[in-house]
Design a protein around this ligand. Sequence first.
Ligand SMILES: [Zn+2]
Length: 420
Amino acid sequence: MRRNPLFYLAPVSLALAACSNLPSDPIAYADEIHARCLTLDTHKDISSQLAPEQLPKDPDTAKTYRERYDPTVRGNQQVDFVKMREGEYDCAFFIVYTSQRKLTAAGYHGAYTEAKKKFTAIHRMCRLYPEHIALATTAADVERLHNEGKLIACIGIENGYPMGLDLKRIEEFHEKGARYMGIAHNGHTQLGDSHTPTKPMHNGLSELGVKAVAEMNRVGIMVDVSHASKNTMMHALKVSLAPVIASHSGARALNDHSRNLDDDQLRAIADNNGVVQCVALASFLKSNPEHRVAIGALRKDLGIARGTTGDLSSDELQKRFAKFATARKEVDAKYPGANVSTYVDHIEHIIKVAGIDHVGIGSDFDGGGGIAGWRDASESRNVTRELVRRGHSEAAIQKIWSGNLLRVWREVEAVAAASK
Ligand SMILES: [Zn+2]
């Protein structure tokens, strides 16, 4: 029997119909996907003065305070409630970062005191503004609060240094809401080696570090291997009973920076069923030597050491930091660095090596993060737009924005529950 010639055309016309279903406006299409995503960022630094209960009497000082610390004001921070809503940036791990001092009792005590202030600041923010934001302490909390339309705060500890030599502090930090903790920041700790300096101190985790990982597994705190040396990171993967995270790191194959993870490390995290949350800090994503020299000169001029964050102790230092921030913008404009496209290159490299189930997002906002096109929470849509532009599916984008991290968190919860 001869078929009607139109029969053969049917698949073609079906294909044409499918084509006509393609978004006529890809940006609007990407924005719809972004709106449906639960967007979660694993690294947002804070000042211990976040969400002040009282403002200074002097109106000018009060205004400065509000711009700097009040999360309800669209102020100087890269993440505040207004910018979160603008960018549909739903959930962030607010970071308990403490500057590292010597590995002495006095040093640990200082850092522990500083850490407590940051926990208090995050709790204060949630207590003062319950109509805006709430603290999530489980992966289920994150999803429930998102369905309720709330912004979501989680807590991560950048560096295990403030626990000192006392393993009981880990349970205490868990009770205060911490759900991940790093081994080190910049500089070796009592728990293990950092990515810097390159000369090791422990050649991996210390004996205490191994016990700390076991204790984090027991209480249900995700182990964070960002900032750790390669040896330390591999050691942590070997001893941890639960998957680990790298809360803010990039791909070393694309930019040879010690804060990034090489392909062996990416594969190891995939084998561990963990997740690499891609960092959005320009100098980690793309080497830019002219920029580095100019910033170095600026730091020297103004006496602003590397690693200085927005949490500054004296007015005089704050003024110098403000000058630095302004001058830095000029340097950024003169020597453009990483942008959203560079960022998605790193995400795609992690996908290529580790797989789509092992990548996520950790901006490092208010701690040095921010790139052209994703300068603050309000511009978060641009990340989704670039992923859509490059053909990633909605399901893949959901995994990247939060699905993978929440899966790891649940596994960590399950390991802790099993140990009870
Ligand atoms: Zn960091």
